[in-house]
Design a protein around this ligand. Structure first.
Ligand code: ME8
Length: 650
């Protein structure tokens, strides 16, 4: 069957608008974009959905803290996601917002259908609720009887009238679905986790709230205006409301989804609740739910309050968007966790991209320029290099299933084999020797082979690195589209005769990190860590600590005995701070925007003295300075009167 009549619906999670995007969000979106681009290129009628999740108590509270209405706040943060994806050239077909009127209508319709089916009933809910995770947890799962097992924040006891979804009635049907569809959850190892969870028994799900307002109201005919829908019910429905469910249903023929791409943190919602809702609605099941792993920074989960969030825009600006895309998809096996480091990124750029791919193009430009005035002719490739072509096609043949099984790291690994074949062929047959021996036809065919390999690789790499591959294809005088995908990949053809275009190196070597590390000082100045009264802290979802925990931090008065600028750093100063020890402590402080080295010299500061040493711009930092930062800038926290260096602060 030709691909053109087949449909492919690809989705990302819709992201909460309580935070700005970090590389975790970018990762999911980039994988989905890659699959969508491949689907389109291969002729599938493709619909790629992303968007933002804007309702719920968490958003309502985040807005309140900032003195904004929930809608204002949602508009603002939703736009930051949309702008980022636009700047990243993410090829989405629709950006849905759960505050869209069509979405709200669709969710209400779905609620009505499930209610009419008898799958929804009214009762009273009492339980521990984590606002941050928007989830109820049974007492047995709480940490110290109070704290959320997922995020560690305090839970609140909620007792309220609620509508329930009869999830328990779907246990058997869900288990049958997992059983009959071995690849419905990817990677397959995750499917077993889900099966074990469901086999453990499912409770009915509370799907409405009365304690806050910021959500989708129930259908009017239920006459229960104080209820709003549970944010996960509202959010999951986006996958069908985006296709017009409940409004203009023209795009519903894209359903079921080919793949819902998600992070492993939200697998339960997608692999248990969502299929159960769909069964209740009488809609077909998605083909795959693919859960990727977690990106960490220096082994720790990224979070704003830890100050270790990697900003995708900064990384892409510094290293190039396509390089960043390649790195993320190549570095980590799908489903596994990955640790972000600039070193690993630089290694991938210099080695895989620079040495293997970029260099091959340079060699081709060099050889064809030197021997054939830039002309490349593939007419005789098969005559001389059939073995190489066979090897290349054997690798290319493995690619499609890898992509659709989300084994994208393996897809890229396999895609690099043809590059090795090409580089080896040059070393083995040596065009310069062929020319010396008068074997011009063979030398030209070798050029043709290299060009064909570069052409095939750039087509198949295009979904991951669209800009770079477009440049390569332009140098090789062809366009990447469904026709060239068919010719070079499916029909195993080579390129037509062309004159190669000289282009500057695609991957200039990178010698050292281009981004400054997150500064520990930023951690202290995050609004989330400001001191709050207990009640308020709870309301804001800030974890409370005991006095013992506070005293685990050693704070001391220090005197800056030496201060200098760090060449190349816009943010950092290098300080030596006397805190009453034998030698001064070296502290790398991110304060250069607000203080010169001279201004700091001789002043007193407050130092966190028992932090694990860290390296910033290659310099050891053995402490952290306390500071306060708001929209008007940063100022140091200092003792009111001079104190002996080393005086403890309590
Ligand atoms: O959960 N590493 O939204 P969310 C990898 N609104 N991926 C990460 C990540 C990390 N460190 N952090 C986040 C929600 N992600 C709901 C979804 S869908 C109907 C509703 C990615 O803003 C990952 O894909 O918390 C994760 O599933 C998603 O962001 C969660 O985004």
């Amino acid at each position: 069957m030709s691909n053109s009549c087949k449909k492919a619906y690809i989705t990302t999670p819709i992201y909460y608008v309580n935070d700005i995007a970090h590389i975790g969000h970018a990762y999911t979106t980039i994988i989905a974009d890659t699959v969508a681009r491949y689907s389109r290129m291969s002729g599938l009628d493709t619909f790629f959905l992303t968007g933002t999740d804007e309702h719920g108590q968490k958003i309502e509270e985040s807005a309140k803290i900032r003195g904004k209405s929930a809608q204002e706040y949602a508009d603002e943060i939703s736009a930051t996601f949309k702008n980022l994806w636009d700047d990243f050239g993410i090829s989405y077909d629709k950006f849905i917002r759960t505050t869209d009127a069509e979405h709200i209508k669709g969710v209400q319709k779905a609620f009505g259908v499930m209610y009419d089916n008898g799958d929804i009933y009214k009762d009273v809910y009492k339980g521990h609720y984590c606002i941050s995770c928007e989830t109820f947890f049974p007492e047995s799962q709480l940490v110290d009887g109070e704290f959320c097992p997922e995020c560690g924040k305090p839970t609140t006891i909620v007792e309220e009238e609620s509508y329930f979804f009869r999830l328990s009635a779907y246990e058997e049907k869900l288990l049958a679905w997992y059983d009959e569809n071995p690849d419905c959850i990817l990677p397959k190892s995750k499917r077993n986790e889900v099966i074990r969870f469901v086999e453990g028994g499912l409770d009915d799900l509370s799907i409405t709230r009365t304690s806050f307002d910021w959500g989708v109201k129930l259908p009017e005919n239920l006459g229960d205006p104080k209820h709003v829908m549970y944010v996960w019910l509202d959010a999951l429905m986006n996958y069908i409301t985006a296709l017009g469910y409940g409004t203009d249903e023209a795009n519903m023929d894209f359903w079921p989804a080919r793949v819902h791409l998600i992070g492993k943190d939200i697998l339960r919602f997608h692999a248990i609740y969502w299929p159960a809702f769909l069964m209740s609605l009488g809609l077909p099941m998605p083909k795959h739910i693919a859960a990727h792993g977690w990106w960490t920074r220096d082994g720790e989960k990224m979070s704003k309050s830890k100050g270790n969030v990697v900003n995708p825009r900064e990384v892409a600006d510094a290293y190039g968007l396509d390089n960043f895309r390649y790195f993320m998809l190549r570095e980590v096996p799908f489903g596994g966790d990955g640790d972000f480091s600039q070193k690993a990124l630089i290694d991938r750029i210099n080695s895989d991209l620079g040495n293997d791919l970029g260099n091959l193009l340079n060699r081709l430009i060099g050889m064809s320029g030197k021997y054939f005035e830039g002309k490349v002719d593939s007419a005789n490739v098969a005559k001389y290099y059939q073995a190489e072509l066979d090897e290349v096609h054997a690798s290319l043949d493995k690619l499609e299933p890898l992509l659709f099984d989300m084994q994208i790291h393996k897809y890229l690994e396999e895609l690099w084999r043809p590059l090795t074949v090409a580089n080896k062929a040059i070393d083995k047959y040596q065009p310069w020797t062929l020319m010396k021996e008068g074997k011009e036809e063979e030398a030209m065919a070798l050029n043709g082979l290299i060009a064909a390999i570069l052409g095939k690789v750039s087509v198949m790499l295009y979904p991951v690195m669209p800009e770079v591959c477009t440049k390569i294809s332009e140098a090789l005088s062809f366009t990447i589209d469904n026709a060239s995908w068919n010719a070079l990949f499916k029909e195993r053809k080579n390129l037509d005769t062309f004159i190669i275009e000289k282009i500057p190196p695609l991957f200039p070597r990178i010698e050292e990190p281009l981004l400054e590390q997150a500064e520990p000082e930023d951690i202290k100045t995050e609004p989330k860590t400001k001191v709050a009264e207990p009640a308020k802290a709870k309301e804001e979802g800030i974890a409370l600590i005991g006095i013992d925990q506070f005293f685990q931090t050693s704070l001391k008065v220090g005197t800056v005995v030496k201060a200098e600028e760090i060449p190349k750093s816009k943010k950092l100063l290098l300080l030596q701070v006397d805190i009453g020890e034998e030698n001064p402590r070296q502290v790398v402080a991110g304060i250069k925007k607000w203080y010169s080295a001279n201004e700091m010299l001789g002043t007193q500061v407050c130092v966190v003295a028992n932090l694990k040493p860290a390296k910033l711009m290659g310099l050891k930092s053995e402490g952290m300075l306390l500071a306060a930062k708001d929209e008007n800038g940063l100022c140091m926290i200092r003792p009111e009167k001079p104190k002996t260096p080393g005086t403890p602060i309590s």
